[in-house]
Design a protein around this ligand. Structure first.
Ligand code: C2E
Ligand code: CA
Ligand code: CA
Length: 550
């Protein structure tokens, strides 16, 4: 509808109208002088009346001309406004950088497709989240990031079946809305092709940028028949894909929704639980080999959950990491452990696990030293265990944090050694005090001589670098002498004790201590009889091994 301002006559237009009427008046004067109106003269009327009639006619022509002009102007204004409206509409529904539909248009189109179908529509949402996009932005700059997004948009457009809608929902998240024709295989094939296409390197100045994609797919069903529900379901499936290792696709199924709800509940409970001190330190003995003298404990988290009972770290550490609660959890645990250890002999050490994410925190050394100070626990009694993931993510941040801690006497152990993919590189790059040989090696060395040789090689590597070594996961007495013989410094595993709470630890410390203050975990009777019958495959069980002898 034309607005009021366009509809009414402006000052200029009134002047124009007067002008045209004046022109009409002039036409009348000229016409009268030239006798042009004589043909139109009605003999029955008086001369003045006829003049007046002609004058009115001429001026009315001016009025009509002005009205026609005005209506043309109005039409043009309306066309301009419609064009501007359409343009604004398009801007509001498209992503400016890639030209793809944006979240709003995607949502509206999805809702429209669902609305216009009777029964359950054969519509699917494919949510595509880029992997490793952030490093591209961080390392190569935002121009590189923008270029990558545009290339990905083109690749998605090229792959999308006719009739589908490709959108950029925001950041590095894209989506495709499509009909699956009742065959989920089509969707699986398209998801695979999309991952393959996105993973192709992208040329940028001198570099080739490589990113990936994780995809969540949701199809409309009786349970999820609204745009919101479908988008949410695809999101849940996508996050499952991320958790399963990225570069993959997952279809949504209802269990995922339930799992997500349970996770949200657990997250809330963990927040409260940390404050209430429900996360308790358990202590697993670490002994010197071969004498089995206790040198300290590894602190392992347990959640004494009011509803679910005692939970192991596998059930909450990742959740704590993903929700940013890992810092609070670790500090609470460290405070409790330092407090517990005050009553124990002062030579006993504590080893605490630090999550990879925490190494990025520039305040980490200050935080740890603050807690030690507060608890009156000597830094020389503390060991920090880190896994290689921490180093892969940000080697420089790790180096700074670890060096700062070592300056104060805190020791650093490389945990789960042998499970990362560049262990040797990290050993060269960073100064560790100890290697912890992963349980998987120690467990399997009794079954295969090849594995035993690997363990032997790791111990040799550690001692050549001047590092202490701990073999984790020792469950059998047969391993102990052999490990000690190869030069392994410490042992940890169920053979010497499972992780236990403070009260149990207090009790056992009293039981194990002898008069001289030494604490030795003696072999059990069962172990002694096992030792008599069992041997390591392919390797002689040394009473005194090569490095031990050397
Ligand atoms: P980890 O640091 O490698 O800890 C050793 C794990 O091996 C512990 O499992 C321990 O109970 C188990 N273990 C020790 N000896 C044996 C054995 O002889 N046989 C077998 N089968 N298992 C043995 P747990 O307590 O379930 O902890 C699992 C992982 O959770 C830990 O692996 C560590 O990575 C993580 N974790 C535990 N507490 C914390 C914590 O406070 N902070 C962080 N960031 N991670 C933690
Ligand atoms: Ca550990
Ligand atoms: Ca370990």
């Amino acid at each position: 509808m034309p607005d009021k301002k366009n509809n009414s006559w402006g000052e200029g237009e009134l002047r124009e109208l007067l002008c045209l009427m004046m022109i009409g008046c002039c036409v009348w004067i000229v016409g009268t002088h030239l006798g042009l109106f004589t043909l139109l003269i009605d003999a029955t009327r008086t001369h003045e009346l006829q003049d007046l009639l002609m004058l009115t006619l001429c001026m009315s022509l001016g009025l009509v001309a002005a009205a026609i002009r005005k209506s043309f102007k109005l039409r043009r204004a309306m066309q301009d406004r419609d064009g501007a409206e359409a343009q604004a509409e398009s801007v509001a529904r498209h992503d400016a950088m890639t030209g793809l539909a944006n979240r709003r248009l995607f949502r509206e189109s999805l809702a429209a497709r669902i609305r216009t179908t009777t029964g359950v529509p054969l519509v699917a949402v494919m949510l595509i989240d880029l992997d490793r996009f952030k490093p591209v932005n961080d390392v190569h700059g935002h121009a590189a990031g923008d270029a990558v997004l545009c290339v990905i948009a083109d690749r998605l457009r090229a792959l999308a079946p006719t009739g589908s809608l490709v959108a950029r929902l925001g950041g590095d998240e894209f989506a495709v809305l499509l009909d699956h024709g009742g065959d989920p295989e089509n969707l699986a094939r398209l998801a695979q092709a999309t991952i393959a296409s996105v993973s192709q390197p992208i040329a940028w100045t001198q570099s080739r940028l490589k990113i990936g994609a994780t995809i969540g797919i949701a199809t409309a069903s009786e349970e999820s028949r609204t745009a919101e529900a479908l988008l949410h379901a695809a999101d849940v499936a996508m996050y499952q894909g991320k958790r399963d290792g990225r570069g993959t696709f997952r279809f949504f199924h209802l269990d995922m929704g339930h799992a997500l709800k349970a996770r949200a509940t657990l997250e809330g409970e963990l927040r409260v639980g940390i404050d209430r001190g429900e996360i308790e330190p358990f202590y697993q003995p670490v002994v010197a080999l071969p004498g089995r003298e206790l040198i300290g404990f590894e602190v392992l988290a347990r959640w004494n959950h009011p509803r679910l009972g005692m939970l192991s770290p596998a059930e909450f550490i990742t959740l704590a990491e993903e929700t940013g609660l890992i810092g609070d959890l670790t500090w609470s645990l460290m405070r409790q452990a330092c407090r517990d250890a005050r009553a124990w002999p002062s030579h006993l050490q504590l080893a605490i696990n630090i999550s990879p994410l925490q190494l990025r925190d520039p305040h980490l050394p200050k935080q740890i030293l603050g807690i030690l100070n507060e608890a009156g626990f000597a830094p020389g009694r503390l060991e920090i265990e880190i896994t290689e993931t921490a180093l892969v993510n940000d080697l420089e941040a790790a180096r700074t944090a670890l060096q700062a801690l070592q300056t104060f006497g805190v020791r650093i152990a490389l945990d789960d050694f042998g499970t990362g993919y560049s262990s040797l590189y990290h050993l060269r790059e960073l100064q560790f005090d100890k290697l912890k040989i992963d349980r998987s090696y120690v467990e399997s060395m009794r079954l295969s001589s090849e594995r035993a040789k690997l363990v032997d090689a790791i111990i040799a590597l550690g001692s050549s670098l001047g590092l202490l070594t701990t073999a984790e996961g020792i469950e059998s007495g047969t391993s102990v002498d052999w490990l000690a013989g190869q030069g392994c410094t410490y042992g940890q595993g169920y053979l010497f004790g499972k992780p236990m709470d403070k009260a149990t630890t207090d009790g056992l410390l009293r039981l194990w201590s002898d008069d001289s203050g030494r604490i030795v975990i003696a072999p059990s009777q069962a172990e002694a009889s096992e030792l008599a019958t069992c041997d390591l495959p392919g390797l002689a069980r040394p009473t005194v091994g090569r490095r031990a002898a050397a």
